[in-house]
Design a protein around this ligand. Structure first.
Ligand code: IMP
Length: 196
């Protein structure tokens, strides 16, 4: 296993994941490096199923190991919303955040707990195997935005562990503790202990 496709067209996400799994593979490709277009419907209500579907389809199409992720934010007071629909909760990050804050209006701090969940799937076509890894980050949804780094719901997600909002962290700080960072750390431990 020398080559791997990181199934994303997002250059930032590609760099983040590549740096996290560096050493496990020799050559890294993103979907932007490959000319064929492969479409995958992420329409399952389960993150793990979406991640596996994407990794399997892309791995089989290109005949290489493929890594795909699916993630979301779950807010307990909202019955777990936006959850698997996190990326479609509004037309852009600003709308998604204002919708979330609006739905939480009047909810006190101690009931604003939330969790970021990430599932990362690794499909290895040569072995016809797909492995899934999980990571989570617990925190609270604040009353207003803090910080300008990161993406998505980062400006309103407060981490008690770090005593900061995610958008106040550098990419390196966020990578170590984030839900995706933790899922990828589990994947790295697995690659390290699995015979090639
Ligand atoms: P996907 O896994 O790329 O489909 O993204 C799911 C959605 O969840 C993103 O579009 C964001 O809205 C949200 N999300 C996932 N991870 C993060 C994160 O680390 N910070 C902020 N928002 C996130």
């Amino acid at each position: 296993m020398k080559d791997i496709i990181i199934a994303t067209t997002n250059a930032g996400k590609f760099r983040e994941i590549r740096s996290l799994i560096a050493g496990g593979f020799e050559r890294f490709y993103s979907l932007l490096d490959l000319h064929d277009q492969v479409t995958v419907d992420e329409n399952s209500p389960f993150y793990a199923e979406n991640a596996m579907k994407k990794a399997r389809k892309i791995g089989e199409h290109f005949g290489m190991a493929a890594l795909a992720d699916d993630s979301g934010l779950e807010v307990k007071a909202l019955g777990g919303r936006p959850g698997v629909h996190s990326s479609r909760y509004g037309k852009d990050d600003a709308h998604r955040i204002s919708r979330l804050l609006g739905e939480l209006e009047g909810i006190p701090w101690e009931e604003r707990n939330a969790v970021f969940k990430a599932y990362v799937a690794l499909h290895i076509p040569q072995k016809d195997r797909c492995y899934v890894f999980y990571g989570e980050l617990k925190g609270y949804i604040g009353f207003e935005e803090h910080g300008t780094n990161g993406f998505g719901y980062d400006p309103v997600f407060y981490s008690p562990e770090l005593d900061r909002y995610l958008a106040e962290l550098s990419t390196e700080e966020k990578n170590i503790l984030s839900h995706r960072g933790r899922a990828i750390a589990a994947l790295k431990r697995f690659i390290g202990t699995t015979p090639k």
